[in-house]
Ligand binder design. Structure first.
Ligand code: UD1
Ligand code: UDP
Length: 378
């Protein structure tokens, strides 16, 4: 890294899926505010296609490079090899001073690897999250660990994630607690009301008795996903005034289970994944949230919504510690019992529903830029 430079620092931001693009968007938008100091190039792998387009559209981002790598039912090796070859060419052409990527997707890890092969410094946004279980979440735990080994700058969202990195021997002077950029993204659009186009969703939202559900993790493919669907049916049978809204992930492996299990259910509204703005307003309108998503696990507590996490591990213990998230796994009885408690016991509900936000103040992207600026330009 060079100090005291007079030319703008050339930064290649890489993303490719729905979650890493949501969380990179605030960073990209912040960098764009400083054209004299930062020359931003945005490359997307296209690991996701429609769900990536949705996020680019929501944040009005236009990629300079689109590798368009997605294929139906792609394997991890296919994502990795296609992204690596594509990013290799992009880095060759752009010759960035710094590559940035976010989180734990395969796009993220491969971006760090491609940067390493070109001896270009790499900055990891949302660094230091850990479950300490190599196969859970799979492959995300290893994606973020491997990315962390390569990274030169680690933007940790919380003190706990900073400590995880220090425990692994990462030098203190390259780890920065910035808050999570998801809060920047969330706060930029959560204010105000939203009119849902889908009448069924609107009615569910207005009833105040809407349960929002998302599920897509590899650990939950197959039987666990079926168990989640069974739990949903039981929850609804016990609570005739509640409706479940379930935006179904585009992955056909998820759809193969969810549609046959739930499409005939009267009070289950299966919808295509909404764009980020309507989705955030669905969280705001929900009574409770059931999810195996990383990002939703951070957003729901920040909007004061109790969240039951359909996983056995979490790399986001802050929400659990704050009392607004609970790990319930995918056992049918456990999901039903925990949901029932929230739907019927107002004290249990209130204890979880206090708006708590352990993930940041909405200024993470500004901090990330300031750290980069001070290292390259100060
Ligand atoms: C990926 C990430 C995961 C993240 C999730 C968020 C990896 C290995 N996994 O998992 O960490 O939590 O995104 O959603 O990086 N598909 C479409 N259209 C889309 C998106 C996906 O059709 O817009 C289908 C395709 O058939 C694709 C499949 O979904 O092959 C799986 O996509 P992939 O990125 O491999 O895995 P995800 O489960 O989405
Ligand atoms: N999200 C969205 N539409 C949806 C579901 C999720 O915009 O239908 C957003 C959500 O608000 C969060 C991100 O996508 O910011 C999370 O993505 P996902 O659950 O796919 O991935 P994960 O966070 O588990 O890696």
């Amino acid at each position: 890294m060079s100090n005291n430079r007079t030319t703008p620092i050339k930064i290649l931001a890489v993303c490719g899926t729905r979650p890493d693009t949501v969380k990179m968007a605030p960073v990209v938008l912040e960098l764009k505010k400083h054209p004299q100091e930062a020359e931003l190039v945005l490359a997307v792998t296209g690991q996701h296609r429609e769900m990536l387009e949705q996020v680019l559209h929501a944040f009005k981002l236009q990629p300079d490079f689109d590798l368009n790598i997605m294929s139906a039912r792609q394997t991890l090796a296919q994502i990795s090899t296609r992204a690596l070859e594509g990013l290799d060419r992009v880095i060759d052409e752009v010759k960035p001073d710094l590559v940035l990527a976010q989180g734990d997707t395969s796009t993220t890890f491969i971006a760090s690897l491609a940067a390493f092969y070109h001896k270009v410094p790499f900055g990891h946004v949302e660094a230091g999250l850990r479950t300490d279980n190599k196969y859970n979440p799979f492959p995300e735990e290893m994606n973020r660990r491997l990315t962390g080994v390569i990274a030169d700058l680690h933007f940790a969202p919380t003190e706990q994630s900073r400590m995880n990195l220090l425990k692994e021997g990462v030098r203190d002077d390259v780890v920065f607690v910035t808050g999570n950029t998801v809060i920047d993204a969330l706060l930029s659009i959560a204010a105000g009301d939203y009119h849902f186009d889908d009448e069924r969703v609107r009615a569910a939202a207005e009833s105040g008795k809407m349960i929002l559900l998302t599920a897509h993790r590899r650990e939950n493919w197959g039987d666990p996903m079926r168990d989640i669907c069974t739990a949903v049916k039981r929850i609804l049978a016990r609570n005739p005034d509640f409706t479940v809204v379930f935006p179904v992930h585009k992955n056909p492996i998820v759809r193969d289970v969810v549609f046959p299990e739930l499409q005939a259910e009267q009070r289950v509204i299966l919808i295509e994944p909404p764009e980020y703005v309507p989705f955030v307003h669905m969280i705001k309108s929900a009574y409770i949230v059931l999810t195996d998503s990383g990002g939703v696990q951070e957003e729901a507590p920040s909007l004061g919504k109790p969240v039951l996490v359909l996983r056995t591990t979490t790399e986001r213990p802050e929400g659990v510690d704050a009392g607004s998230a609970k790990l319930v796994g995918t056992d049918v009885n456990t999901i039903v019992t925990e949901a029932q408690k929230l739907l019927t016991d107002s004290a249990a509900y209130s204890a979880m529903a206090e708006a708590k936000n352990p993930y940041g103040d909405g200024h993470a992207a500004e901090r990330i830029w300031e750290i980069i600026r001070s290292r390259y330009l100060a």
